[in-house]
Design a protein around this ligand. Structure first.
Ligand code: SAM
Length: 248
C-alpha cells in the first residue's frame, strides 16, 4: 500500500503552530526553510529535517517519507511569506562553536570570514552564498549582525549557509587571529594585500563600517565619487580574490 501523508487543514494544528512560532522567533538548533530550492540545497548540504510540509497540490523536489500535507488555508497560517511554491520545513542546524569555526578555517588555510554588524539579512545570506561558492569553510558573526540562520538570510543564501561552519562570536574570541578589516577607504589596496594568508577578514556594517579601529585595513579601489560598495559586493570581490590567489 502506498504511504499517504496526512492532510492538515486546521490553522490550530500543532504542526502549523510550530511553523508559526519558528517564523516569529528562531529556536536554537532549528531553522525554518522555505521553498523547494532552499530545501533541496539544505538537503544537499546534509541538513536533517524535523518536519517537511507541502501545500496540497504542490510538489517536493525530492522524495521524503516523513512529510505532511497542508491545505492552502493551513499553509497560509503556517507561514507569513507569500511563496508561490508551497513547501516549508524545519531543519536541524549545528551552530558551530568559536573554536570549531576557527579550527575549520585554519585547517583549510582560509581566513575566517567575520561579519561585524552586517544588519541586512539579505546581505548576510548573500555573503554566506558567496563564501560557500568561493570555498571558504567558516564564518563568524559579531553582535549586531543579522542571524545567518533566520529565514530571510537562509533564503538569500539559497540554502548555502548550511555548507559553512557558522559561529556567533565576540571580539575577544578572535584575539588570536591577525587579519584585515575591509574598509571603504583608507586601507591598503586589495591587489597589494596578502589577504589569502590572513587569519580573518572582517566586513563592516552597512551604515557604520567597522566597529574596531585597530584593524589593518584593506580597500577595493573604486572610481572617484563613489563612496563605497555594498558589503556583499565587497565580500564577493575579496572572497574570489582569495580563491584566485590560492589557486595560483
Ligand atoms: C556600505 S559599506 C560601509 C560604508 C560606511 N559609510 C563606512 O563608514 O564605512 C559596508 C562595508 O562594506 C565593505 N566595503 C564597502 N566598500 C568597500 C571597499 N571599497 N573596499 C573594501 N571594503 C568595502 C566594508 O567592510 C564596509 O564596512
Amino acid at each position: 500500500m502506498p504511504h499517504t501523508p496526512p492532510i492538515i487543514s486546521s490553522p490550530d494544528n500543532e504542526v502549523v503552530r510550530r511553523f508559526r512560532r519558528l517564523a516569529a522567533r528562531r529556536e536554537p538548533g532549528l531553522v525554518l526553510l522555505e521553498g523547494p530550492r532552499v530545501l533541496a540545497e539544505a538537503r544537499a548540504a546534509g541538513l536533517e529535517f524535523d518536519v517537511i510540509a507541502v501545500r496540497e497540490g504542490d510538489k517536493l523536489p525530492f522524495r521524503a517519507e516523513s512529510r505532511v500535507t497542508l491545505t492552502a488555508g493551513a499553509f497560509r497560517a503556517a507561514t507569513q511569506t507569500v511563496t508561490p511554491q508551497g513547501v516549508i520545513a524545519i531543519g536541524r542546524v549545528h551552530e558551530a562553536s568559536v573554536s570549531e569555526a576557527i579550527g575549520s578555517a585554519q585547517g583549510a588555510r582560509w581566513p575566517l570570514i567575520v561579519l561585524d554588524g552586517v544588519q541586512d539579512p539579505g546581505n548576510v545570506g548573500a555573503i554566506c552564498r558567496t563564501a560557500a561558492a568561493a570555498g571558504a569553510p567558516a564564518l563568524a558573526v559579531l553582535p549586531g549582525s543579522a542571524d545567518p540562520f533566520g529565514p530571510k538570510a537562509v533564503r538569500a543564501s539559497a540554502g548555502n549557509v548550511f555548507r559553512l561552519k557558522v559561529a556567533r562570536v565576540h571580539w575577544k574570541d578572535l584575539d588570536e587571529l591577525a587579519g584585515y578589516g575591509a574598509a571603504s577607504s583608507g586601507g591598503a589596496a586589495l591587489a597589494d594585500t596578502p589577504i589569502e594568508s590572513a587569519g580573518m577578514i572582517v566586513l563592516g556594517s552597512e551604515a557604520h563600517g567597522l566597529s574596531r579601529k585597530d584593524l589593518e585595513l584593506v580597500t577595493i579601489p573604486v572610481a572617484g565619487g563613489v563612496e563605497s560598495l555594498n558589503v556583499a559586493a565587497a565580500a564577493a570581490l575579496i572572497l574570489f580574490e582569495i580563491k584566485r590567489r590560492r589557486a595560483a
